[in-house]
Design a protein around this ligand. Sequence first.
Ligand SMILES: [Zn+2]
Length: 336
Amino acid sequence: MPDSTKRSPFSDVVQINRRGFMLSGGAIAAGAAAGATVTLGADDAAAQAGSVAGALPNSSFKVGEFEVMTLLDGAVTAKEPQKTFGMKQTAERFADVSAANFIPSDKFRAYFTPTLIKGAGEVILFDTGLGEGARPARGNLTLALAGAGVKPEDVTVVVLTHMHPDHVGGLMSGGKAAFPNARYVIGQAEFDFWSKMDPSHRVAKLFNANVKPLAEKATFVKGGDKVVSGVEAFEAFGHTPGHMTFVVESGGQQLHLLADTANHFVWSLAYPDWEVRFDMDKGAAAATRRKVFDMLAADKTPFVGYHLPFPAVGFVEKGSGDAAFRYVAASYQMSL
Ligand SMILES: [Zn+2]
């Protein structure tokens, strides 16, 4: 829809909570030994940003031979979620569904969670967060990596699920490639779409600054292509015209990296047809949600959702009543 191509994607419409920004990850991170909570006031946050380094949460678990880590780039609290996730619902309906799922209907928390996978001789990063311009609330991927013992130069492959700023913003740092030894894997359809976009378009500007210069080191993929043996590209179009997800498979285990297939764990799973402001093709995005979550529910396959509550790893089952699906956050089963 023309409206949504011009609207800010997830990155810019959310408002930073001025009262304070809280990272509370360790206690909920699968496999984390102890809880850690860091609160930053917005005013002095920049000065304190460095102090978050040791506390930025990550979660790690195995999928067969692959070591998987979800890494928190940041999180923000935003108002009026219905304008994003329940565009055509009545306020009463939106409030009822929210209350039934123990969440408020007047605000929500958005998380930004890239994934790192080690295995097959590679260190593979899926999406890069918002980058240095979004700090301190977001743009902290390199700190999260450092907390996990990974340096930017250790990353050998950067995979981009789509071209929205909250996914490609961290590709550059100080005007240079943030992951200097990496090759890139990018969906062909997504790259082609943004290449043809009017260069004055906000997302196209960032695409031209951050992605285009790296294109000569990129491999362009379509559904079914492999990033490495055991990591396969999957076409999940709708959120953007070439939005890609990735299926990780090893030792009889599977994990689906869903990127922005569903951006909220209640509203977009229970009601996958509810229109979401950030979905550029709303019908295709809804159809993709139904197809992918049907598949994951049937196979009981775990998945990572980029904007889900950290550590962003969970399962989906069929919903009850008129709800299509229900999210089941992972607890310890992934790290046993
Ligand atoms: Zn996103």
